[in-house]
Design a protein around this ligand. Sequence first.
Ligand code: 6R9
Length: 706
Amino acid sequence: MAESQEPQGPEAQVSEAQIAVHWREEEYYPPPPKFVEQANAKDPAIFERFTEDKFPGCFNEYADLLTWDQPWHTTLDSSNPPFWKWFVGGKLNASYNCVDRHAQASPDKTAIIFVPELESDDHVKISYQELLRQVNEFAAMLRDSLGLKTGDRVTLHMPMVPELPVTMLACARLGVIHSEVFGGFSGTACGHRIADSGSRILITMDGYYRAGQLADHKVKADEAVAAARQEGQEVDKVLVWRRRAGQYASQAPMAEGRDVFVDELLSGHSGKTVEPVSMPAEAPLFLMYTSGTTGRPKGCVHSTGGYMSYVAGTSKYYQDIHPDDMYWCMADIGWITGHSYIVYGPLALGTTTVIYEGVPNYPDGGRPWRIAEKLGVNIFHTSPTAIRMLRKVGPEEPKKYDYRFKHMTTVGEPIEPEVWRWYHSEVGKGEAAIVDTWWQTENGGFLGSTLPALQPMKPGSCGPGVLGVYPVIYDEDGNEIPDGRAGNICIRNPWPGIFQTIWGQPDRFVDTYYAKYNKDSGSKDWRDWPYFAGDGAVRAADGYFRILGRVDDVINVAGHRLGTKEIESAAMIVPEVAEAAAVPVIDDIRGRVVEVYVSLKPGFVPGKEMEGKVSKAIEAEIGKIARPKNVWIVPDMPKTRSGKIMRRVIASISNFADVGDVTTLANPEIVDDIRHHVQSAKVARDDVPRDLTEVEFEEIKKFGGE
Ligand code: 6R9
């Protein structure tokens, strides 16, 4: 029976939005006084500088953190909405700002510390002066040997090694647009991106260490070149960095005339310097591809002046980076977090940024804390998935190491309050300010976060809009939703880090992000062009936002929307649970029902009792409506190489649908185990869903994104 046909008691009048936020309010954690004393933003007067009446001029303060060859005359040109132009008239070079100016001021200061995965290998320190030399020589090679010039695109498919920022900064020096594809992506995925961006040069590496193995990476270059060719894009040259000097880590032959070892080609450019090309603020700096719900990946185009200003400003105030900090972001440079908050933001501020090659739990769950202790890391930045994993494999590990974090970040997914508290008390030893930063590939930098010294933390909430960014929650029709109810989070105003367009697809850019809430397509007023983020969220009375997940991650049970994260957070309350993922299963009566997959912390046994506990916890936290049809206890979740749980894979298993391509997962072997376990149990219970319709299949296939 559909819920709407049930008797209209008080319970039935609870709106779906209200149901989606039955998530208890968490208590505040004040910023630690020692952190406040030294913070870049400790004077509340900063809020006055960013009030809405000061928009867009408030952002000049971010641009002033950079060195400009020519000052801008217009902070924001909004004459062609929604294609915003920031700092128009200004000219600058990103590589100059990240390297030269620091190399001049403090040449011996360490810019990058590279930590190889193998613990027996020493870490490598690169000073600003040395970085400048490497960037210059690589830029000279790109220009003189390969003929690359301003505006050309180059695809990078590189792992977590310092050669990656060197390559990016060398491109930036010439005004060449780099497009780094996450190293864990397949060759074919890389090839599609080569074709889409029209790159004729691919820069890769022979191999890299991951989970203790020297992975063959160059082999993917051949697949990439073939895939690009199928789409009509020829790759003329493949540049291959070598992970270890003089050795070749790949089985793949070097293609005659096409493939070149970087070190051999570079030797001809030793000692050369390249004048940084003075780029207009609105010239593209790089492309970063991201998956949409449909269609081919979108190449997000990020600008030079606006992007650089935004990452410098947010790194200063939200990451609290000072030049003498030891900053470690454990994300991959192949994602936007790595571009903004490993490379461009920290280097623009002249700090030391740590690059770790491998997986966080190699060889054991204590590795990150050993690195922190050894290098004296005081700012630490990672994702909820990494935190959950480290908590699972080594809940007591942080205690064993003598490091002190003043500041920690979580990014990329909603974090369950239970997990946040472990991060705070165990990883941060109760002494660190934590920022939960909500933003997207498209955004360049943070959109939602607390200002760490001035706004208290609240587990599970990212906080209010960041300085100069004004979020709003709309219903489907564009009406503002009152506090405490779920809706679509949008940003009312442009900000300097916003991407400029989707490479080659301006209409898709407008349609995906602006069409939904634009009331007048002829309007030249930015106020008429709110940015649609595609996330569900709730604003609490204190103005803090709780992100519920992608709007396509919502499970509609009997007409009620349930945020997967909300269900998962409830499951996480069970102390034995390490990770949880909720997926929809097609149900003839209620439309969709929820199934929950959990993995347990070490030492706990799966079984009916544990399943019951999870189910009860969800019912107790949210209500009967969210009670899962099944709880599946699995040894591990299928995950991407970046660590996100692949909900579409388990959703497909639960629905007896084709799981699709799982070859790019970090752990593809787990998929068959889970399928066998779940589907045989469902067959035994006579609980096999009917064949899905095409529309339903599409929904399941894309559930959870990626
Ligand atoms: C930076 C990054 C973007 C999506 C975004 C949202 C989710 C990111 C979050 C968060 C809750 C946070 N997301 N940060 N959800 N709290 N602090 O992750 O970019 O890979 O493009 O992902 O990630 O759903 O829409 P991207």
